[in-house]
Each structure stands twice: as C-alpha cells, then as structure tokens.
Design a binder for this molecule. Structure first.
Ligand SMILES: Nc1nc2c(c(=O)[nH]1)N[C@H]1C(S)=C(S)[C@@H](COP(=O)(O)OP(=O)(O)OC[C@H]3O[C@@H](n4cnc5c(=O)[nH]c(N)nc54)[C@H](O)[C@@H]3O)O[C@H]1N2
Ligand SMILES: Nc1nc2c(c(=O)[nH]1)N[C@H]1C(S)=C(S)[C@@H](COP(=O)(O)OP(=O)(O)OC[C@H]3O[C@@H](n4cnc5c(=O)[nH]c(N)nc54)[C@H](O)[C@@H]3O)O[C@H]1N2
Ligand SMILES: [Mo]
Length: 802
C-alpha cells in the first residue's frame, strides 16, 4: 500500500489538496542551510540577545522585566517550558533560560486571535497556513464554535458552550465513547480535576502526551526498579564522577541543565554524550548561568571566553543503535570483572539487591561483536573507550530523553540503562542513578495526579473513598488506541485540555481522517493550532489562562503546583494580568463542564467547592501518597515526593531491582535505506513553532529539511542542498513526503533526522513499542530527488540568511 503525503507540490492548488489531508504546508522554499553557520557553543551572547529580543517583541518592557524576575521563584510561577528542576537553595535573580523566555513570551504575547479573525479566515484557508503562522497570530480570547457544515468558527457564550458540551457527553450511549486528552501544561490541581471528571463520568479514557514521550521509561523503570521515575536529584550532580547523556539535546530542550553540566565539568567529572548528532549544547557551552547577567563585572569576561567543553567522549551511535552499544559496554565490563573480580561490578550490591543476573549474563554472552558493531554503528575501539570510562566511575548518573524512548524497542533501551547502572551499584548511592529527563513542565505531575488510562486499583479505591464516586475499573485508551477509536468511529467525543494531539501524533493523514470522523471535538487552548482545524463535525474551542497569568477565585489568587523531573513539587502562582478579561482557568472550565454534565450540584462531588485549589489539594492529600499536609508544605515552598528506589527499596515483582536480558535490533537496511529520527529545532516547543531558525544546527528560515551524513548523500547520488522526497517503509506500506532539503550534516552513518511535526506524516500509526508508544525516532526511509519544488505557505516570505 502506498500513502502519498503530497502528490506534486508544484502549484498552490495542489498544495491545498495535500494540506486538506493533514500535511503541514512548507513555510518557505529558500531555507538557507549551512553547516558552517552552526554555533560552535551553546548559550553565551546570542542566547541573551534572543532572550531579550523575543521578550520585548512579544510582551513589551514592563512585562518582560516582571515575568523574567518571577519565573521559577517560590513566590512566582513555575516555568511552563521544560521539567528540569530549579536548584533548592541557590535560586538566582534570573532563574530561566533562552527557551523558557520564548515560552513565556509566546504565552503572554500582545497579539490576539479575536472573533473578527475567525470571521475573516475560513477554516479551509487556515489549514493552508504553517504551524508557525498559526501560533504567531496570538492568544485566543473568546469561546468559538464550528457548527456542523460551517466554513468558519463563530463565537459562542461560555454558558452555551458548557451546556452544549454537557449535553453531548450525557447523550453518549457509553462513557467510553468519550476521550479525555491532556498534555503536561496543566498544573496538578487541574489534572486532578480532569481525571475526576472522566472517572465520575465513567471512563478511564485518559490518554496524554506522556504516552508519546516517556511511556517507555515509565514502563521499564516500574518493571525494573519499582517506580516509574528516575531517582537522582540535583544534589547528586554535586557528587557524581561520571555522567552519560543519551538521546537528549539539552542545549535546546533543557538549557538550564547546561548550568548543572558546566558545574559537573568544573568539578572534574567525566561527561559522555551518546547521540547520532553532535549537538552544540552537548559539546561546548558559554556561561549558561543567567545569574551572571546581573553581575556587570563577571559578565563580559565569562561571555567573551571560549566557554567550557562539556563532552569528554562523543559516541556517534547510529539511530536506534543504543541497545547494542550498551550491550557491548556491559559485555566488556563483565569480561573484565571476570578477569579481575570486583574491579568493575559491585558484587555486594548485585547479590543483595538484584535479581535476574544469570539470564542477563547469558544474554550478553550470546550477543556477538559483529551484531553489536553492526547494530550500534560504533567500532569496537570506541566501545572499549566507553567501557573504560564507565568501569572507572564510582558514582555514575545516566541521563536520557527521547532518543532512547521513541523506538520500537524503547522499553528495552531503558532496561539497558538500568542494567548498566545496576552492574556498578549506581542506584541509591549519592551522586549516582537514573535521571529520566522529562519533557513538559508538569508531565510527571499529571501522571502522579491520576492522568493515566491504566490506573492502579489502590489509586481508584482511594479516589472513590474520598470523592464518593465509583470509578470504572476497565482500562481506558492511550493515545494510539485513541487515534484508532477516532478513526474507526467508536469514539464520539474528543475533549482535550491543553496539547495538540493532532500534530503530535504519528501518521498525520490517518490522524486527520480520525479527527474528521469524530462528531464532537473540544479543545481548551491558549493558542491556535492545526488540531483545531480538523476537529470533527462540530468543534468547540475554549480559550484559557496560561501558567503566568493570575487566577483569582473568591478574591484569592489561586496557588497551584507542578512536579518537576526529579519528583519535586513546586508552588506556582500566576503573577500577570490575564491577556483578556473573559478568559477562564483550566480549573474553572473543568468545573463548569462537570456541572453541565452531572447537574448543577455535580453530585456526589461538590464541584463548586473545587474552584478553590486549597480544597482540591485537601482531596489530593488524602488520595495520593506523599501529599500529606499538601497545603501547608506548598506554602512553605517546594517538597520532595517519596522515592523508594532511592533508598534501595525496590517494589518490583521479585522485591529486588531486576536485570533484564534485552535483544538488540537487527536493522538489515537495504541499499539506499536510512533510519530517520525526528527532532525538535531550537525554535519550537513541541508542536508550537516559535521561529524558523535552528541556530545550533545552522538552519535558517525553514524547517523542511533532512540531515544526512555527507558520505551517505554521496552514495545516494544526491547533492548537499538538493530538494528530495522522503519515502518511509513500514511492513509493506509506504508513505511519501515531498520537497525536503537534504543537508550534508555530521550525523552518524545510515542515519537521518528531520523535524517534528513536519515529518510525522512518515511515521506509521502501527509502528509502536510494547507500551504502545509511537516509534517517532526510528523510521526506515529512502530518498530520491524531488519531483517538484514545494509550494510556499500563504503569508510567509522566504528569507535568506540569519
Ligand atoms: N525549548 C524546548 N524545550 C523542550 C521541548 C521543546 O520542544 N522545546 N519539548 C519538551 C518535551 S515534551 C520533551 S519530551 C523534551 C524532549 O527533549 P529531547 O529528547 O532532547 O528532544 P528531541 O529534540 O526529540 O531530541 C532528541 C535527541 O536525541 C537524539 N537522538 C535521536 N535519535 C536517537 C537515537 O536513536 N539514539 C540516541 N542516542 N539519540 C538519538 C537527537 O539527535 C536529539 O539530540 O524536551 C522538553 N523541552
Ligand atoms: N515525530 C515526533 N512526534 C512527537 C515527538 C517527537 O519527538 N517526534 N514528541 C512527542 C512528545 S515527547 C510530546 S510531549 C508530544 C507533545 O504533544 P502535546 O503536549 O499534545 O503538544 P504541545 O505542542 O505541547 O501542545 C501545545 C498546545 O498546548 C496549548 N497550551 C499551552 N499552554 C496551555 C495551558 O496552560 N493550558 C491549556 N489548556 N492549553 C495550553 C496551546 O494551545 C498549544 O498550542 O508530541 C509527541 N510527538
Ligand atoms: Mo514530551
């Protein structure tokens, strides 16, 4: 079967046909791409310039100053960008990064999407615009509805919108016909209410962005160490001697981590980066510490230097080669320890705290070096070098992100990380452990609050006892199952609070069809996105307050909370005047919909009382372990959630930490085939495209690019800069995306990378791993010279150079 994502993109008319199928339109055909223009180091002056430029452009002077001072402060708001923690005791004047600033400015922009905008632009025309253009139109200010058969969105009052949503939900034959999607932008209090709404309604259909993000990590960690989270804290970075960074691009996605890494480096610890791409932020960094912005004496010296080289060993693993690489390292370590017992393996730890050793070692012995080198794309000498570093380490942290999880064997990839840590006893020891780098600022908190399609009985029982409801026990759908349910027509209502499942999902054309078939789609959003435009027969768009805006109820500014990547619950309190007076908070929208669905009283839950976050937290404190005295502790500052694995208590099926025997993938690429991964640029937050540049990779003014190793390009008979069509291959199906610019780039051989969400058309919806996570980072592709130049999206002018 062949699924063409666009036919010939020579004319506007033809582009319209493909964008109507869901494809992202090309933003420009003249992207200047030059590897020479790549930044040699992360942060430094360009980061400060960008930070100030986007702050001032979007928000003006007063708001820029105020918000930049309030972000990540105990009495301010928690940055809505990534989940990297803020230091416990050393919080600085400016505790944020360039990309945090972009997220804040993007949320508090002075631009507005008002009813007149929707009257002017037909939905069919909006579909022609790029993601960048859609987001750049500004904040949505009024509830809007697209009625069945209508060409435009039109305004609807809040009251009518709630009544309509309540009526649609009540009219469903079965609660499981509704799907309740969330992304990690919601705070804990809103997340708790959202899952309560779904469960009182009678369904566990609570898919979330986590299903596409760290689902593999949660699954592997729960299986092997008994908790679905990492164990390290920021303090551990003060004590580690070795850090392995696998499949993460912190320079763009967790820039504040660079401060931590720079300190680690200055202490003399060894840092290894395992990545098909030599990411700028991993290689060298100049003064990522924004504290110095306020120190006129320190600033020039630090900024003008050549910065700190971070990575001691860069391992250019090929895409999906990590399981094999780690297998090779462990094979060497076990052999070395056999020759010199106790030199590498922490035998006491292994004996006392682990299970599964014999099978694990047998698996290592069975794997041949030919398989390891072929699958990893790394030669034996470099694997020996890596084993030397790991073998020496007494306190090792392994830090990973999506480069490990979004693979067909994503769960095994993370199990391999655990195997390597267990070998040396690097868990429950100061300065050591797994560090699963989470994405959205509160994605970890959402799961803790019960946003999960497969909740545990203990959670449901506690929720029922506290709230007086009877939660369903049958598992709900995750995101991929939700897409199938929408596509086969069994899902009748899709309700999303934050996020953009449409653009985040794999297989864009399948997803577009799935959304089109859904009779009723509701999005609670701050900004306009493509998902709003494909929503069902009838669609409602509800605008809400963002993280930085004041939420007032009963005369009281509401305090909220968010859990970061290290299990720390932080207070967050919007400090800014809302961008429009009619906006409601996520919390209030959930409460009003619950009242419209269950009747004004909301029985048995007193929904009206839940507009007060203190009341919500009282319930949370009695339902979720670790939240006792929630209100008091949040007002005192942040607090750590319990983490038994950190104390070497492993709540697994064997009562011990588990070694796993993991197979390694055999790719058997045919001549001309490459494995493509999908990545974020420096100018986006997930599906939200802030700009068209990717400074660190030297890409300017366009996103429709594919990075390929120069030797592979040569072998394929393609030139650097040539326009190419990409075809993906999955179980006999092909999908083609047209008009990408090939870039000769120092990426590992037989690997390629392009940007998400433009490349999502190429990811098959059935390409998933054992926890149903889409394999967004492992797509088998071929390239050929483009059949035609891509058309340019409306309203965007091509631009040359930075
Ligand atoms: N500014 C900003 N911050 C963000 C986000 C954002 O979009 N913008 N997104 C947030 C979210 S939700 C998340 S989950 C995180 C994502 O954070 P990351 O995981 O850093 O995000 P990606 O851009 O997907 O980058 C994946 C990295 O893995 C590498 N990689 C790709 N395939 C492989 C592979 O097979 N093996 C190895 N070893 N490496 C591989 C890529 O080269 C890249 O460096 O960031 C969060 N923070
Ligand atoms: N090919 C490919 N696909 C991927 C990935 C990849 O690496 N490659 N990564 C995956 C990952 S890790 C993730 S997390 C998902 C991301 O999937 P999502 O989390 O669903 O998507 P986002 O782009 O973060 O959502 C952006 C929207 O959230 C809304 N929003 C922002 N702030 C708020 C708020 O405070 N309240 C409300 N109600 N709405 C708000 C805005 O309208 C904005 O348009 O994508 C996944 N898809
Ligand atoms: Mo994510």
């Amino acid at each position: 079967m062949s699924i063409e994502t666009s036919t010939k993109l020579a004319t506007r008319g033809e582009q319209e046909r493909t964008t109507a199928l869901g494809d992202t339109p090309a933003e420009t055909k003249l992207a200047k791409v030059s590897v020479d223009d790549r930044c040699k180091e992360a942060a430094g002056i360009p980061a400060i310039v960008q930070t100030m430029k986007c702050g001032l452009r979007e928000m003006g002077v007063a708001r820029t100053t105020r918000t930049f001072l309030n972000v990540n402060k105990v009495d301010g708001f928690d940055c809505q960008s990534c989940a990297w923690p803020s230091p416990d005791n050393k919080r600085k004047v400016f505790e944020f990064c360039e990309n945090g600033a972009k997220a804040i400015a993007d949320e508090l922009t002075r631009r507005r999407v008002e009813p007149s905008f929707f009257a002017k632009h037909a939905i069919a025309d909006l579909i022609e615009q790029s993601d960048y253009w859609l987001n750049a139109q500004g904040r949505i200010t009024h509830p809007m509805i697209k009625r069945e058969g209508a060409t435009h969105f039109e305004p609807i009052s809040w009251a009518d919108a709630f009544t309509r949503i309540g009526a649609k939900l009540r009219a469903l034959p079965h609660p499981d016909d509704a799907i309740f999607y969330t992304s990690g932008k919601t705070v804990n209090e809103a997340a708790f209410l959202f899952q309560l709404l779904a469960r009182q309604f009678g369904t566990n259909n609570l898919p979330d962005c986590s299903n596409m993000c760290h689902e593999a990590s949660g699954t592997a960690l729960t299986d092997t160490i008994g908790i679905g989270k990492g164990t390290v804290t920021l303090e551990d970075f003060d004590h580690c001697d070795t850090v392995l960074i696998i499949g993460n691009n912190p320079g763009s996605n967790h820039p504040r981590m660079l401060t931590t890494l720079e300190e680690v480096k200055h202490r003399g610890a060894t840092i290894v980066s395992i990545n098909p791409m030599p990411e700028t932020g991993l290689m060298r960094v100049i003064n990522p510490n924004p504290q110095d912005y306020s120190n006129p004496l320190k600033l020039p010296l630090a900024l003008l230097g050549s910065g700190t080289a971070l990575t001691d060993l860069f391992v250019p693993v090929r895409v999906n080669g990590d399981a094999a690489l780690l297998q090779g390292v462990m094979k060497l370590l076990v052999e070395r320890d056999r020759k010199n017992p106790g030199s590498v393996i922490d035998r006491a730890f292994v004996a006392e705290h682990t299970s599964g050793w014999d099978d694990f070692v047998e698996g290592l012995e069975k794997t041949t070096w030919e398989e390891i080198v072929a699958s990893s794309g790394v030669d034996r000498t470099m694997i020996e070098q890596l084993a030397d570093i790991v073998g020496r380490g007494k306190r090792m942290i392994i830090l990973w992100c999506l480069g490990l999880t979004q693979h067909p064997n994503g769960v095994d990839n993370v199990r391999q990380v655990v195997n390597l840590l267990l070998l040396g006893g690097h868990i429950g020891r100061q300065g050591a452990g797994p560090c699963c780098v989470r994405g959205h600022s509160n994605v970890q908190g959402d799961r803790t609050m019960g946003i999960w399609e497969r909740p545990k009985e203990a959670f449901l029982a506690a929720l029922d006892a506290e709230m007086g409801i009877r939660s369903p026990r049958q598992a709900g759908v995750d995101t991929v199952e939700a897409l199938h349910a929408l596509h086969d027509g069994s899902a009748k209502v899709f309700f999303a609070i934050s996020g953009n499942l449409f653009s985040a999902a794999p297989d864009t054309r399948f997803t577009a069809e799935a959304f089109r078939r859904c009779p009723f789609v509701v999005h609670v959003s701050t900004k306009l996105h493509r998902g709003h435009l494909f929503g069902g027969q009838e669609a409602i768009l509800l605008p809400c307050l963002g993280r930085a805006e004041r939420e007032v109820y009963g005369g009281k500014v509401q305090l909220s909370s968010a859990e970061d990547s290290m299990g720390i619950v932080n207070p967050t309190r919007g400090t800014e005047e809302p961008v429009h007076a009619d906006l409601l908070s996520d919390t209030e929208i959930i409460v009003r919909i619950a009242q419209a669905t269950f009747g004004k009283e909301g029985q048995p839950v007193d929904w009206e009382s839940l507009l007060d976050h203190d009341r919500v937290r009282e319930h949370i404190s009695r339902v979720i372990p670790g939240f006792d005295r929630f209100n008091e502790r949040l007002r005192e500052g942040f607090f750590y959630l319990p983490n038994a694995a950190r104390e070497r208590t492993f709540r697994t099926s064997t009562g011990k930490a588990k070694f796993s025997s993991c197979g390694i993938p055999q790719h058997d690429l045919a001549p001309g085939e490459l494995l493509m991964t999908t990545v974020r640029s420096h100018d986006q937050f997930n599906t939200v495209v802030y700009g068209l540049d990717d400074r660190y990779r030297g890409v300017w003014g366009g996103r429709r690019v594919i990075f390929v190793n120069p030797d592979d390009l040569k072998e394929l008979g393609l030139a650097d800069g040539q326009s190419v069509d990409i075809t993906s291959h999955f179980e006999g199906e092909t999908r083609t995306a047209h008009g990408f610019r090939a870039i000769a780039y120092p990426i590992a051989r037989k690997s390629a990378a392009s940007y998400y969400p433009e490349a999502n058309v190429l990811v098959a919806v059935r390409a998933i791993n054992e926890c149903n996570q889409p394999a967004h980072k492992c797509v088998r592709i071929t390239l050929r010279a483009a059949s035609a130049a891509p058309a340019i999206a409306a309203n965007e002018r091509p631009r040359l150079g930075p």
